[in-house]
Design a protein around this ligand. Sequence first.
Ligand SMILES: [Ca+2]
Ligand SMILES: [Ca+2]
Ligand SMILES: [Ca+2]
Ligand SMILES: [Ca+2]
Length: 341
Amino acid sequence: MRNLLLLSIVAITTSFVVSVTAFSRCEPTGSDQFECNSFEPNPDPDGIQQNANNNGVQVHVLDDGNIDTNNFSAITVGNGPNHIEVMNATVIGLSRAINVGTNSDVIIIQNAHLEGEGAVFFLDAGDDNLTITDSTIITTVGGVTIPVGDGNDTAVITGSNIISGPGISRSFTGGPGMEDLTIMHSTITNTSADATVSLGVDDDKVFVSHSTITNITDDFPLIGAAGNDLLTIGTAAVIPGGIDCDGDMSVGFDTLIFAMEVPASQIEALTEQIENLPTPEGSITINNIFYEYRNCDVIEADLGIAEPIPALSTWGLFAMAVLLGIAGLLIATTRRRNAVS
Ligand SMILES: [Ca+2]
Ligand SMILES: [Ca+2]
Ligand SMILES: [Ca+2]
Ligand SMILES: [Ca+2]
């Protein structure tokens, strides 16, 4: 009887271990929900393949929940709308890292490393929402690193490093629809001679600050396209080779706004200088950074004041004012006491 019990326990334990190891480390956690964790195999060679699943799929790639697929995309889901989050992990797909469908998808990448051939993200149609924070995004061969596709797409890239190429490629393409792209504290590098960031047709918006956008020839790495585009250049935006408001040559009414912070003493003169810049092309140096532009219909100034770091003398004056105040109070108190006594 005891032997039978022992055998049963061994059998149950064995089947449990087998069933756990039979799963790859990306596992379903509910209906249309998947989680990738740090269990073996790490990295997971299968990733998440849900081509036929057209319901909204939720994917959470957790800390160290790495994926590296050999001959297909790392995460492929259906037409959604899908929600994909990658936090503190590496996701590599031979074709693409993340492949979503024609609905409006939400993708959040934080402190992660994503790598693909041809493209890292394929977002397809729908009003997609992409947030990339403190991450590295790399295409190893050709294509476009981040093609957001059809639909009105929103992308916020912060503290990240986007690298495209080698081969003929762009880093970001907006495609049809109204894009709203924000690039802050990031570096976008294109190892081809093509444009690096382009917004595609329709009325698009881009804001760039504390970032560098380059291509290998430093030849207009940032371009708008057909439609009325709004290009806003903030503080410490470095775009060697310049800004092309309209890569398709004068299709739409494009506005270039210089909106960086400058010393208070320069704001008036710079504003006047910017508002008198020639169109459709010209150049200006602001905060020692050279900006060149072409195909822009209107140039606007929306400069802010760079807060100066308080000089020692300012603090000295402040301290003296405080001391004088205290001294004044002491004198007044002493006089009042004397008057009473
Ligand atoms: Ca989509
Ligand atoms: Ca689009
Ligand atoms: Ca567009
Ligand atoms: Ca345009």
